[in-house]
Design a protein around this ligand. Structure first.
Ligand code: ZN
Length: 279
C-alpha cells in the first residue's frame, strides 16, 4: 500500500493517481492523514480491494504523509562511512536526538535558509504502525507501518555551537524535516533492510548509498528505543544519513539561494526543495 497526504486528506496512491480514502471508504477511514494509524491493518486490507477509480494529480498538492507525529526520533552517525567523514567514532549505542515537530514539511517546496551553513542529509524514515514497548528485534518490523523518504536539513554551525554539541535545534528550523512523497507499507519492499538512498544538489549526486550499510538497522532501532520509551503509531524514526554530506568536504559545501535539493529513496520517490535566502 502506498498512501499520501493530498490537500490535507488521506489518499491511496496507485499508478493511475490518487483515491480519496474517506470518500471511497464511505467514511470508514480518513479524511485526516493521521487516521491511517488508527487501524493500519484494516486500512491495508481495504486498500487491496482497489476501492475506486484513481484520479491524476499535481504532486505539488502533496503534504507530509505523517503531518503530526507524536514523537520524532533521529539517529546520528548511523552509517560507518558517514561517521568517518565526520571525524567521529562509529557509535556503540544509537546516538538519538529529535527533530521538533514544527520542522515537518511536505515533499515539494521551498526552504528558507536561516544561515550560510545548512547541509543536506537523506534519510530513510520508519513510521511506527502499532504501539511498541520492549519489542524484540525479531518482532520489530511488525511494529512498523511503512517507510517514507526524509531530508534531515542541518544548520552545522548551530548544531556544533555548544560543547558538547546538541543536535536537535539546528535540525528543526521550519521546513527542515520534509517527508514524503508517499508512505509505503513494509510489505512493498523486496528487502526493507536494503534500500537505495540518495541526494542530488543541482542534479549533482552528493549522496548515494544503501540502508544495508546502517550501523543500527530499523529493527535494532525499534528494539532499542522501545526498551526505553513507548513508541506510538505515527511516530517517526529518521534513521541517519550516509556519507556525502557537505560537512565532509574541505572546505565544507553548504546550501545557497536557488539551489535545488532532491532527496530520493528507492521504492518510495523523490522530494524536491528549492533553497531560498542566503547567498
Ligand atoms: Zn541526520
Amino acid at each position: 500500500m502506498r498512501i499520501a497526504n493530498l490537500d490535507g486528506r488521506l489518499a491511496l496512491i496507485t499508478p493511475e493517481g490518487a483515491i480519496d480514502v474517506h470518500r471511497a471508504s464511505d467514511g470508514r477511514f480518513g479524511p485526516d492523514p493521521m487516521s491511517a494509524f488508527d487501524d493500519w491493518d484494516a486500512l491495508l486490507e481495504w486498500s487491496a480491494s482497489t476501492p475506486a477509480p484513481a484520479e491524476p494529480f499535481d504532486p505539488a498538492r502533496l503534504g507530509p504523509p505523517v503531518p503530526r507525529p507524536r514523537q520524532i526520533f533521529a539517529i546520528g552517525l548511523n552509517y560507518v562511512r558517514h561517521a568517518a567523514e565526520s571525524g567521529l567514532p562509529v557509535p556503540t549505542v544509537p546516538l538519538v536526538f529529535t527533530k521538533f515537530a514544527s520542522s515537518i514539511a511536505g515533499p515539494i517546496g521551498e526552504v528558507a535558509l536561516p544561515s550560510s551553513s545548512v547541509d543536506w542529509e537523506v534519510e530513510l524514515v520508519a513510521v511506527i504502525g502499532r504501539e511498541a514497548r520492549e519489542v524484540a528485534e525479531a518482532d520489530a518490523w511488525a511494529h512498523v507501518a511503512g517507510l517514507t523518504a526524509g531530508q534531515d536539513f542541518s544548520d552545522r554551525l548551530l548544531q556544533n555551537a555548544g560543547s558538547p554539541p546538541q543536535f536537535s535545534l539546528g535540525k528543526s528550523y521550519p521546513g527542515f524535516a520534509p517527508i514524503g512523497p508517499h508512505l509505503v507499507s513494509v510489505d512493498e519492499f523486496a528487502d526493507p533492510d536494503d534500500i537505495g538512498v540518495a541526494t542530488t544538489v543541482d542534479s549533482e549526486v552528493r549522496q548515494d548509498s544503501r540502508t544495508s550499510d546502517l550501523v543500527f538497522s530499523v529493527p535494532q532501532l525499534v528494539a532499542y528505543l522501545s526498551r526505553i520509551v513507548t513508541l506510538f503509531p505515527g511516530d517517526l524514526i529518521f534513521t541517519g544519513t550516509p556519507e556525502g554530506v557537505g560537512l565532509g568536504h574541505t572546505p565544507p559545501l553548504y546550501l545557497s539561494d536557488g539551489q535545488v535539493v532532491e532527496t530520493s529513496i528507492e521504492g518510495i520517490g523523490t522530494l524536491r526543495h528549492v533553497m531560498r535566502g542566503q547567498r
